[in-house]
Design a protein around this ligand. Structure first.
Ligand code: FAD
Ligand code: EPU
Length: 338
């Protein structure tokens, strides 16, 4: 029987630690819970918000409606020759899945170590870090349509993954709830060390022939050094996406700012390091009231204690305006604003 709570604080359920309330709150522990809630009268009368670990949201006001927190557990695997198909419930903590795979020698997601949040949210923005994106290992996911409670399987091509993007952020935004995700991993450890900082760290440690456990450790160390821990300082990781701009536009930026940090992107476009742009505007590590940017990573906005979502949001507006004025580049928020 589904337990629906009333007037629930969402502070423990968002890593920004913003203090807002929801009218109704229900935790979903199985596919059947999900079907039950989708068929219930409550859902037809209320706005719905699907929440995993709350590590990519900024609440700017109380949520008027029903929050469903997805906590569907379970990890299983099927070995097929060199390939392993690993399936995890949407509520599994992403890093627990990474640990399970590393311990079992299943290669493919070790570069995504220590990303907060749940398995179910991982396809939404096609999580990525240190040279790997979710799309590189995604096989399929099971989701339920909110309007009809019908089950649908999404394969790779259905999801239309892009940089921090998928069909779930576009045409199908707010239409489906993901219940489980399957990944195609490998039993032979073809480690990916293309991201500069990984190779540097391996060299420092004298590791010439890294295992997936080595990669996981090194990535975790780099992340801990660079990013604030949400259990002590509220944040949602990168607040903005790295802007991807046309080559012509890039040439203009580079002419005025020869040191601009950039990378090649698909279709001949160029990706700029938003952290660099923000730092150049003098924002790195600054404190603005109860919000600010992180001292080691200007792309991360933080809650220094009891900040409201509106304060954080309005600070993000200031950053967007200043970066646009200096570089002619419009930053886009990566975090979901609610
Ligand atoms: P939530 O914040 O709960 O939800 C995010 C969005 O997905 C919302 O729109 C929500 O409605 C939707 N959603 C959640 N679960 C489901 C579901 N089951 N079905 C349908 N919709 C759902 N991200 C990266 O890509 N790379 C990084 O390196 C990275 N580093 C981070 C570091 C820190 C310190 C923090 C705090 C965040 C970081 N993030 C990073 C962002 C975040 O971890 C990811 O976006 C993560 O996938 C969010 O998972 P979640 O469960 O917390 O999602
Ligand atoms: N930089 C600065 N100043 C800063 C921050 C960065 O100059 O304050 C420059 C540096 O030159 C640095 C470069 O930007 O070398 C890139 O920085 P970093 O390696 O930290 O990566 P990022 O581009 O800032 C992206 C993702 C992260 C992911 C890392 C590692 C986005 C929006 N962010 O950050 O994802 O962990 O790469 O792959 O793509 C997230 O999405 O929440 C997130 C943390």
């Amino acid at each position: 029987m589904l337990d629906v709570q009333k007037n629930t604080s969402l502070k423990p359920y968002n890593t920004f630690s913003i203090s807002v309330d929801a009218n109704y709150f229900a935790e979903i522990l199985s596919d059947q819970d999900l079907i039950d809630v989708l068929k219930s009268d409550l859902i037809k009368q209320q706005n719905l918000l699907v929440l995993g670990g709350g590590s990519n949201v900024l609440f700017t006001k109380d949520f008027e409606g029903l929050v469903v927190k997805i906590s569907i557990p379970g990890i299983s695997s099927v070995v097929e020759g060199d390939e392993v198909i690993v399936t995890a419930g949407a509520g599994v903590v992403w890093n627990d899945l990474v640990k399970y795979c590393v311990q079992n020698g299943f290669a493919g997601i070790e570069n995504l170590s220590l990303i907060p949040g749940t398995v179910g949210a991982s396809p939404i923005q096609n999580i990525g870090a240190y040279g790997v994106e979710l799309k590189d290992v995604f096989k399929s996911c099971v989701a339920y349509e909110i309007a009809t409670s019908e089950k649908r399987i999404f394969n790779y091509s259905d999801c239309r993954f892009g940089y921090r993007d998928s069909v779930f952020k576009n045409e199908l935004k707010g239409k489906y709830i993901i219940a489980s995700v399957s990944f195609a991993l490998s039993k032979s450890a073809n480690v990916n060390t293309q991201y500069g900082a990984i190779q540097e760290e391996l060299n420092n440690k004298g590791i010439a022939d890294p295992t997936i456990a080595d990669i996981s450790n090194v990535v975790s160390e780099i992340r801990v050094a660079k990013l604030p821990d949400p259990s002590t300082i509220g944040n949602a990781g990168s607040f903005f996406k790295n802007p991807v701009i046309a080559k012509d536009n890039f040439e203009l930026v580079k002419a005025a700012h020869p040191n601009v940090v950039h990378y090649p992107a698909p279709d001949g476009k160029i990706k700029l390091a938003a952290g660099w742009l923000i730092e150049q505007c003098g924002f790195k590590g600054i404190v603005v009231g109860r919000t600010g940017t992180w001292k080691n990573q200007a792309l991360v906005l933080v809650n220094h204690g009891n900040a409201t979502g509106e304060e954080v949001y309005s600070f993000s507006e200031q950053i967007i305006n200043d970066v646009n004025a200096k570089f002619g580049v419009k930053l886009e928020r990566e975090v979901n604003i609610l």
